[in-house]
Ligand binder design. Structure first.
Ligand SMILES: [Zn+2]
Length: 275
């Protein structure tokens, strides 16, 4: 359990800032029940090729396991709801501190919680992108899961051709695919994320391993611009060494405590933030 002193220290650092950016990783989604493949018991334990090649590599090597892998993945995200960590970030935005969330997660939970400025470096699973005209469209949860379940149920083994022929079609006649970034594909929102990292005065590093680039380079960019770094993580990461403050634990437990502490500071009017 993180001491009150540590929480207070984090709150005081934030209270002096006007442009906080959060960088969130798989750990934040894990607290909503979405598996981080890298962890013990995760998918990469059973299929080691996943850690370097991603889920597509796993399905290519084990085509007959693909329907079950995809269905398991779908079940996980279907049940997931924003957790207290997601909601605390919305509080920080409403209090006038947080400007943007940069995330590596594709599950839409930051937007669902109510964060208004979200940069999704690995895309968004609920967004369909037309492969022909590049039109992007967010789908509602219900029709999205229905569409994917039908697609998976038709599948007996993984084949790109089969998936391609069953993708939903765009009004232009092209096929649309979920707009999440696969291994080897370029990340999204990078210019926006870099600009936020350069401009922020404090970066919250939340539940990320700090080993997946280019997201892992953003804290360094922020620090070079003079920003303070606060990390909240269940265990130390590749980024811990450069952080001004490391709080060991879950974002969903620690961040709401920091918000309460900030409200106390605001109440005492020690350093009022400019909204
Ligand atoms: Zn189209």
């Amino acid at each position: 359990m993180i001491s009150h002193e540590m929480i207070d220290k984090a709150a005081r650092l934030i209270s002096g800032c006007k442009r906080v950016t959060a960088l969130s990783g798989a750990g934040v989604s894990a607290e909503s029940g979405i598996s981080t493949y890298r962890d013990a018991g995760g998918l990469w334990d059973r299929y080691p090729e996943g850690s370097s090649g991603g889920i597509l590599a796993v399905m290519t090597n084990h085509p007959e396991d693909a329907p079950q892998i995809l269905m398991g993945f779908l079940e996980g995200i279907k049940k997931a709801k924003p957790n207290p960590g997601h909601r605390a970030l919305v509080d920080l935005e409403e209090m006038g501190y947080l400007r943007a969330v940069i995330t590596q997660n594709v599950d839409n939970l930051h937007r669902e919680a109510g964060s208004s400025q979200v940069f999704e470096m690995h895309g968004n699973l609920y967004r369909l992108r037309c492969l022909k005209c590049n039109k992007k469209e967010i789908m509602g949860r219900e029709p999205y899961f229905k569409m994917l379940e039908e697609l998976i149920n038709k599948m007996t083994r993984f084949s790109l051709e089969e998936i391609a022929s069953n993708l939903p079609s765009c009004s232009c006649g092209g096929s649309a695919r979920p707009d999440a970034v696969a291994f080897g594909e370029p990340v999204q929102d990078l210019p926006e994320a870099m600009a936020e990292a350069k401009a922020c005065d404090l970066m919250l590093i939340l539940g990320t391993s700090g080993v997946v680039y280019p997201a892992a380079s953003l804290p360094g960019v922020a620090q070079s611009g003079g920003a303070k770094l606060i990390e909240i993580n269940p265990q130390q990461s590749a980024l811990t060494g450069r952080c001004d403050l490391f709080l060991e634990g879950k974002t969903g437990e620690i961040l709401p405590r920091i918000v309460s502490s900030l409200r106390e500071i605001q109440g005492k009017n020690i350093i009022p933030p400019e909204s």
